[in-house]
Design a protein around this ligand. Structure first.
Ligand code: FBU
Ligand code: ZN
Length: 261
């Protein structure tokens, strides 16, 4: 019961008991109210530079709360837009909902959820490594990509083909084929929202510059279902992994900026 942060106790609403920062001033995720976002011409003037390489994904692991494709970051860097420094790619994972439910994403847009949300995690190279960066106010930059049901995404399918090899928490396999995470960017990755927030799972460090892509990525309904074939520990034993998302928290005294008008 204890192992599963979403299902032990009251779940996300109880995280503040062990992690008081859960009620902090720059927590994530949030609802993106498009009537209150503010276009920032500076973001358009200094476009985000997202660089990935074919050789940057080493392995995939079952973290017990998601899958995680881990990278040594070689040739995978993020800069520009809201960022004052170069950030290096570390890993990507996702959050998703339950069968026949409309919830699943962490961020919402005008109160609407997507069935799943991908996170591509980068750390600020002004710090020595990810571990040093993870709890600094400018330590991380995470690109969030919404998944929506539509045509199949063969690229993501190649990652999902590995799920059967990582059936339990801690299971890990090498990725021995080329996979460029750039495949997971939506066709138009110019339009995004950005705000200062946090990790969306404990320890909830307020260290993330969020870059939320406006355009979702299409994957098939079967691919959304395959996410739930990953397994995790629950109070009633090992079962399918789903609803591994934190619902939106108050925006407090923040403005979400848009890179588009
Ligand atoms: N879900 S998230 O992207 O905010 C995230 C990223 C990370 F590197 C560690 C975490 F615990 C959580
Ligand atoms: Zn995440």
């Amino acid at each position: 019961k204890r192992g599963n942060i979403y299902l032990s106790g009251a779940g996300p609403s109880a995280w503040h008991e062990e992690y008081p920062v859960a009620k902090g001033k720059r927590q994530s995720p949030v609802d993106i109210n498009t009537n209150k976002t503010k276009f920032d011409p500076k973001l358009a003037a200094d476009p985000l530079t997202i660089r990935f390489s074919d050789s940057c994904c080493q392995s995939i692991v079952n973290t017990g709360i998601s899958f995680q494709v881990t990278s040594n970051g070689a040739g995978c860097e993020l800069s520009g837009g809201p960022l004052d420094s170069t950030y290096q790619f570390a890993q990507f994972h996702a959050h998703w909902g339950a069968y026949l439910k409309t919830t699943g994403s962490e961020h919402t847009v005008d109160g609407v959820s997507y069935p799943a949300e991908l996170h591509l995690v980068h750390w600020n190279t002004k710090y020595d490594d990810f571990k040093d960066a993870v709890d600094k106010p400018d330590g991380l930059a995470v690109i969030a990509v919404f998944f929506k049901r539509g045509k199949e995404h063969p690229g993501f399918g190649k990652i999902q083909d590995l799920f059967s090899k990582i059936p339990a928490k801690g299971a890990k396999v090498n990725i021995d084929f080329e996979f460029n995470p750039g495949l997971l960017m939506p066709p138009d990755s110019e339009n995004y929202w950005t705000y200062l927030g946090s990790l969306t799972t404990p320890p909830l460090y307020e260290s993330v510059t969020w870059i939320v892509m406006k355009e979702p990525l299409e994957v098939s309904v079967e691919q959304i279902a395959i996410l739930r074939t990953l397994l995790w520990e629950t109070p009633n034993g090992v079962s399918q992994m789903y609803n591994n998302f934190r619902p939106p928290v108050p925006l407090r005294d923040r403005v979400i900026r848009a890179s588009f008008g």
